[in-house]
Design a protein around this ligand. Structure first.
Ligand SMILES: [Zn+2]
Length: 483
């Protein structure tokens, strides 16, 4: 999180998410979770210091002092995850404690074994690495800050099984590497994998470079066509494909921006070099068009209004910021593309950047969060008082829950209007064998609204697998009204 003030003294809370990192497991390259937290915290502090020092270059200000207090890893990942919704009454404390990346999407590096590769044990190691033990009582909890993705090699005979396995482990996305695992992007196998991804509602990130984007678009269109042909049109918006290293397909390549206009395709921007920042974002802004949905031929022939409505409902798209809702910040840590991260973040806050505050928020995290499937299950059939009923702080309930249950995870709720931001979160716990989900709303203390609009929870997703008829938020909202 990075808290800044704009020229009207309005405070903006920028949630930060890295959509491409490698977690250290076995002897493979990567960082361990605590290294990520420390590294990212120092990057964000460095950005804040630069904004403070060179005020004239930036559109935002950082008018506060910074201390050298290091981030407490367990507090950050577990105890204080709640700060995403309530950064606390005291801004001083927020600035000190929560400077860093709010979420980190992470997966294993390439296996070194011969092809085809079996990623199943690497995937379960990723899962294990994201379980933390509480220092008080050694109780295991899922790490709130990290979002694990699975990997698989499509050429492996058990690839589909590896996918089911990753999903059952609670991994919330899939990473595929066509170059490293040397597989065909366009083909029946990939359509099977993408159909399964749509079924599970999980995003798939491809490593892409030099011309791979075109082939990814082709297989996405083929998959959509077969979903439509088999009467599964409602599954179409659940297909979420991310071009990893999107700029590697050519910053000056107009075809790339046309592909990124496709409603099911997103771009993760690691490998973007400082000399191309301005060109890439200005091309993105002028060429990633909402109207691009219409050009996606296989969908266009269908019941267009129905399709458009379902995309809108699903992603909560805002026509004005469509282009930035297709771009995801990513670093590829620990590999070389991550070296330009501080410069990239600085560029986004600088006067040179072509977008507005919502565009920055989209790119730095909201765009990616929209694609992550929620963990929470509806409590509608259970006791009603489990949902938080007002815009208050709930420190006692949360402490109590953390004490006698296991943390499963947190689903942030996203607002798209009037600005993209997190307006609340659902925390899920495992208690006596049952999942309990609690909704916590509001960003800042109601006593100090800090110029923020009163939040209005917006659906994170429209998952028919989690709830039969209503979305997660609708269920919780309904139970609130009945109180
Ligand atoms: Zn990578």
């Amino acid at each position: 999180m990075l808290v800044l003030k704009d020229e009207y003294d309005v405070i903006h809370n920028f949630m930060l998410l890295d959509a491409h990192t490698h977690l250290k497991i076995n002897k493979l390259e990567g960082l361990v979770p605590s290294e990520f937290v420390r590294k990212f915290s120092s990057i964000v502090k460095d950005v804040a210091i630069d904004i403070k020092k060179n005020e004239k270059d930036y559109r935002f200000r950082f008018p506060w002092d910074l201390t050298d207090r290091p981030t407490d890893y367990y507090d950050y990942c577990q105890k204080d995850a709640y700060s995403i919704v309530h950064p606390g009454e005291d801004l001083r404390g927020v600035l000190d404690k929560y400077m860093g990346f709010d979420f980190i999407i992470t997966f294993s590096a390439n296996l070194t074994s011969s092809l085809p590769r079996d990623y199943r044990s690497a995937n379960s190691k990723i899962r294990e690495a994201l379980i933390e033990k509480s220092p008080d009582d050694n109780a295991p909890h899922n790490n709130f800050r990290f979002i694990g993705f699975g990997r698989l090699d499509p050429n492996h005979s058990d690839a589909l099984d590896a996918f089911d396995n990753a999903f059952q482990l609670g991994l919330r996305g899939l990473k595929l590497h066509p170059k490293e695992e040397n597989f065909e992007i366009v083909g029946e196998r990939m359509e099977e994998i993408l159909t399964k991804a749509a079924h599970y509602n999980i995003p798939v990130i491809f490593h892409t470079q030099e011309g791979m984007a075109e082939r990814v678009k082709e297989v996405v269109d083929n998959t959509i066509k077969s979903l439509v042909d088999t009467d599964k049109i409602q599954m179409v918006p659940r297909l979420k494909v991310i071009l990893g290293h999107a700029p590697w397909n050519g910053v000056g390549n107009n075809g790339l921006y046309k592909i990124l206009s496709h409603p099911n395709i997103f771009g993760e921007i690691s490998t973007l070099r400082p000399e191309s920042f301005a060109e890439f974002f200005s091309n993105s802004k002028s060429q990633i068009k909402y109207e691009g949905i219409l050009e996606s031929n296989n969908i266009f022939e269908q019941d267009w209004e129905k399709v458009e409505e379902s995309y809108f409902r699903y992603y909560g798209y805002n026509n004005f910021n469509y282009w930035s809702s297709k771009l995801l910040f990513g670093s590829d840590t620990p590999y070389p593309p991550s070296h330009s991260v501080p410069q990239l973040i600085k560029h986004l806050f600088s006067k040179e950047f072509v977008g507005n505050a919502t565009d920055i928020k989209n790119i730095l995290g909201i765009s990616a969060l929209r694609l992550i499937p929620p963990i929470a299950k509806s409590n509608i059939q259970e006791e009603k008082e489990q949902a938080s009923t007002s815009l208050k702080h709930h420190p006692t309930q949360l402490t109590q829950l953390k004490k006698d249950s296991k943390a499963l995870g947190m689903d942030p709720l996203i607002d798209v209007f009037p600005c993209a931001r997190i307006s609340g979160a659902v925390f899920s716990f495992l208690k006596e064998g049952r999942t309990e989900s609690w909704l916590f709303r509001s960003l800042f203390s109601p006593n100090k609204p800090m110029n923020m609009v009163i939040p209005n929870p917006h659906d994170l997703s429209d998952s028919s697998i989690l709830t039969a008829t209503s979305t997660l938020t609708q269920c919780i909202e309904m139970s609130l009204q009945e109180d």
